[in-house]
Design a protein around this ligand. Sequence first.
Ligand code: PLP
Length: 383
Amino acid sequence: MSHPFVYLDYNATAPAKPEVAEAVARVMAEGGNPSSVHAHGRAAKALVENARAQVAALAGAEPKSVTFTGSGTEANNLVFTGAVKANKVERLLVSATEHDSVAKTAAATGMTVELIPVDHVGAVDQEALRDLLGGSDEKTLVCIMLANNETGRIQDIAALAQAAHEEGALFHCDAVQAAGKIPVDMAALDTDFLTLSAHKFGGPQGVGALLRRPSLDVSAMILGGGQELGRRSGTENLAGIVGMGLAAELALKDMGQMAVLAKWRDEMEQVMTAYAGEAVIICREVSRLPNTSLVALPGVRSETQVMTLDLAGFGVSAGSACSSGKVSTSHSLSAMGFSEDIAGSAVRVSLGWKTTHEDVTAFTEAWKNMRDRLSSKARSEVA
Ligand code: PLP
């Protein structure tokens, strides 16, 4: 590798901006328990409340709607325990392309869970949702993500939430991948619950938030000292919360940079498809995150591509990486009707605030070299 490692996996996690890392280090050094009544504790409490306002602003919500959690995963779990309990939900409708922290948690509730299908470009089928909603008198919660972690596909949440509300259902939106990349306005989206995760927009790992419509409640999943107004006990992750707040403020301020990333991403895809006619860019023609590209190279396994690109000094991922590092066929791509040939050969490239134009150009060249070495299509062109 003749260049520094190029990280192009921002949908997995985004490195913290220097201001965020400094703020986190400062708060860790100063410490403080927001529950302490003395001045030091009151200062810590003020930091939490400042961060609450910053996080709420990223999602167009009121500060009082924010409950800090230990991750996006925990916030999604809180939906299926606390929001379900407090609002007497009896039935769940979950889109077929949700993240595992929604899909698996919903399945574990023991309640009736019905999957809302998506079409071949990943859009949730609104007719199917309406049919499912009309078919039951049970109190229903609909869960649909704003943007998909693998394809970047953006859903028409306002229309889907309206359909849910017309039938008296509640609506949860996992906005973990969208926040910081596209505008998120909880009021305009008309969602009842919304999930955020700090590390996806340049905050620390291990801190997230569940936002709710202030008129709705969430019962606690984690009991104890009654922090977060009793909705999530445990001494606050002060440094993490401060980092999340600052990262939210910076993400909002720097959102304009996303249009530049989209331009570089589009250029990259243009070069790839002109070079390799067999390459498939998933969700290219539809509304998707500006930083995300999911590129399939039929005939070459995703894992092989990821390893080859890693050796060449580029960090990308094969569909959705799970904690074990194992790669299984993406349920999202299967739900969209892609064959194993496409789904098993898709690699996700996700750009972010540190990405330069040179990074994208160098990656595109490395991808072309990889394709020439690994693809039988390339070999047959030479023969
Ligand atoms: N929801 C989506 C769409 C995600 O992409 C992720 C993480 O990849 C999560 C939820 C989980 O967030 P966290 O990593 O904070 O647990």
